[in-house]
Design a protein around this ligand. Structure first.
Ligand SMILES: [Zn+2]
Length: 69
């Protein structure tokens, strides 16, 4: 099973996150702090959900904008 590693912002412990838990906030196995959701694949956002996603996401966000014209 594919998994990803995320460093706990509270204690620095490295936590392994299964790939099927993408977008789900986890809990640090060491200090029980809430871990930010991990996204390993691009997400398509729209006007209705872009601001809320960026405001709520605790990490850096890389955005690519495009339009059909
Ligand atoms: Zn921790």
């Amino acid at each position: 099973m594919t998994s990803y590693q995320i460093k706990c912002p509270g204690c620095g412990a490295v936590n392994r996150i299964p790939a099927d838990k993408e977008g789900v906030a986890g809990t640090c196995g060491n200090c029980r702090a809430k871990l930010p959701p991990l996204y390993s694949t691009p997400r398509e956002l729209h006007d209705a959900d872009f601001d809320a996603f960026v405001a709520a996401y605790p990490g850096p966000v890389l955005a690519e904008f495009w339009a059909p014209w």
